[in-house]
Design a binder for this molecule. Sequence first.
Ligand SMILES: [Zn+2]
Length: 383
Amino acid sequence: MKRFIAHAAAVVLIVGGGQAKAGRYVLAEADAGRRVFAQNPPPTPAQPALAAPPKDPHPTFTVGTATAQRGQKAYGALKVPAGSDAGYDIPVVVVHGARPGPVLAVASGAHGSEYASIIAVEMLIDTVRPDDVSGTLILLPIINVPSFEHITPHVNPTDNKSMNRFYPGAPSGTQTDRASYVITREVVDQCDHLIDLHGGDLDENLRPYSYWTVTGNQKQDEISRAMVLAFGLDHIIVSADRPRDPNASRFLENTASTRGKPSFTAEAGRSGPVDIEDAARLSAGVRNVMAHLRMGGSVAAPVRSAIWVEKIVSINAERDGMFHPTVDRDAHVAKGARIGVVTDYVNRRLEDIVAPEAGIVMFIRALPSLRKGDTIVNIGIVK
Ligand SMILES: [Zn+2]
């Protein structure tokens, strides 16, 4: 993986053609010429001038080392500079559509072992053609490269920080702070909308869902709500308690939302292996949002009967031990229902884990390893 990253950083590949517009104007001029020739001698006064084409606000688009001309796809990297610890490159692809339009950023791999979401963005890198796009797609498949390389769940192993908690970042902090700062400047500041993809980390047996953040700005919230419904996952967690201060936004999606950019987070995938259906669901969801934003493609029917999860109840481990689940992800549990058992390392029962409220198992611990403080289960409460 290191070699791939180094290669991606060093070489900016550009594919696709961006001459469609220029070609049309050339044809128009040729037509005018023929008309003039046919009406020999030419009439006076001279033919009216052709209307000037509308000015393109972004003839090129640059993110990090990737610069794409209109109608092209460019590969490059966001350079996280060295500081109190090492620097590294975050891979990025810019799909600069043949026609102007919104700028949509799609990020994954803040947690580098949430593989379904990473593979979903890899699929988009391959399949989205600039000729089909009105607007610009910024794709960040693996934010947390150290986690990906070392198969470390939840955190960046360089500084032991979650890479979805330290936005908007700081140029003088540890690697996670500096990476977050670069992403805020290069990606969030340049986009109109952002989708942050996650997907059931190694220890999470997760049912797919989106998060919809209520910012309190009604117009913005209506736009982001429509984006979430267009995306297509029918379980939606309502986050009404997310940060509202752009200077303490913590999460990537909130970094965009607190800057006035309607955005959301979605999760699918679980426990390590890439379920290609989960990856395809996330990738198709991004396509649906692109169509909804009129960036190209056909609009799919939005979710009609969404399940709005108003509250999440988490149970965290009170001691080290071994966890044995008795329900699967997506189980609908009654208050007091047993959802698993904690034993010690010689299989003596320490406690039953029971649902404190009736709800839906949004994710349940996928592995026996259990340390004090680990999340055992998240139960979604539907009001
Ligand atoms: Zn995650």
